[in-house]
Design a protein around this ligand. Structure first.
Ligand SMILES: [Zn+2]
Length: 372
């Protein structure tokens, strides 16, 4: 709860920010860095403590004089839960106000738009939070990453062909979970998770490669959504509409059908199984991998043409791309592109294991911090 004393409220926020960014800091250092008198610092610290924004965390070690008290951000002040919905299961991740991943869990729960599904999901989410000994009122929001396009206010699925959930709303989840819910495009969650991990906020295209291909464009540190939230769906750019493979969107030959894992793997084949065969140098698998990377290079070259930014390969595939694969892609791009570049622009994602459920918490935590 922010105080309405104008003289202090400016310091309040700035002091919280300094403590948050420092992790551990003494009163004396705060006074010095903010150029404030010790009594002013003491008073603002007192308010921050009273509002449970910060905690004292022991004392600094010092060989001379009194040892100073350590002030730290209160990492138990607020939490967010992120969910990723799949056709047959759901993954949940819990994150605190320091953007720390406190753990994940998965439930086998086939997606259905019916009351029983939402109830079961709600019960499971609340149990997951309780199991971490966190009270529900400390969880300020649930972010849900969905394989589909979402309205700008995060309340409605505009296009959800993969889960057949067009028209689904956040309130359907909210009623069952009992915590405010925001929906996000899953590829946007991956882009946010990657940015958080790499601390690189330069403009980029993020290719999230999992069962399906998802794409997001980040410009000026913002996900570019376009006027109606339909931007960054490069997966349905069509390369071969006549004889290409069928895409779930109804067309043929979309980028999705060249560079998603569904395009790489056979029915019932897992990426782990595929990679095992690749390691054993199984000839057919090696050839299939080369063909796939060749297509991926084609896709990347096309996308890079109209943004001229770095391009990050993220999502499940990123964990399996070794240096050899990246080199293969870079060489291929160099040989096909109309504008060869000296420096390669393809980057490998930081290979976080659950980027969608983690990324779905980030805007929620950010809004908590923005509102202090
Ligand atoms: Zn398509």
């Amino acid at each position: 709860m922010k105080r309405d004393n104008n003289r202090l409220s400016g310091h309040y926020r700035a002091m919280y920010k300094l403590i948050y960014e420092s992790g551990k800091i003494s009163k004396q250092d705060i006074a010095m860095k903010m150029n404030l008198s010790l009594p002013t610092v003491t008073q603002t610290l007192h308010q921050l403590m009273e509002d449970e924004q910060i905690v004292t965390d022991g004392k600094f070690t010092s060989s001379v004089g009194r040892r100073a008290v350590v002030y730290s951000p209160n990492n138990e002040r607020a939490y967010a839960v992120g969910l990723e919905l799949f056709a047959n299961h759901v993954t949940a991740t819990l994150v605190n106000v320091l953007y720390e991943d406190l753990g994940s869990t998965t439930i086998n729960l086939p997606f259905k738009i019916e009351e029983g599904y939402f109830q079961q999901l709600g019960d499971w989410v609340r149990e997951f939070i309780s199991a971490q000994s966190i009270s529900l009122d400390k969880v300020v929001g649930v972010g849900i990453g969905i394989q589909g396009l979402i309205s700008a206010d995060g309340k409605k699925v505009l296009y959800g062909k993969i889960l057949n959930c067009t028209g689904l709303t956040s309130s359907q989840f909210e009623r069952a979970i009992g915590i405010p819910v925001t929906l996000f495009h899953d590829a946007d969650c991956v882009a946010l998770a990657e940015q958080n991990q790499s601390h690189n906020q330069e403009d980029a295209i993020y290719l999230s490669i999992g069962e399906h291909l998802g794409t997001a464009i980040v410009i000026n540190n913002q996900i570019y959504t376009g006027e109606k939230g339909r931007s960054g769906t490069m997966e349905h750019i069509t390369l071969n509409s006549k004889t290409g493979h069928k895409c779930y969107c109804g067309r043929r030959g979309c980028l999705e059908t060249y560079s998603s894992l569904s395009a790489l793997l056979r029915e019932n084949e897992t990426i782990e199984g595929f990679m095992d065969h690749l390691k054993q140098k199984d000839q057919e698998t090696v050839q299939r991998w080369r063909d796939y990377l060749t297509n991926l290079a084609e896709v990347i070259n096309n996308l890079h043409m109209f943004t001229d930014n770095r391009l990050v390969i993220a999502g499940v595939l990123a964990r399996y791309l070794d240096d050899g694969a990246i080199e293969f892609i870079n060489k291929r791009i160099k040989s096909i592109t109309a504008f060869p570049e000296d420096q390669p622009y393809v980057e490998r994602g930081t290979a976080q294991s659950r980027p969608v459920s983690f990324g779905a918490t980030l805007p929620i935590i950010k809004s908590v911090l923005d509102n202090i």
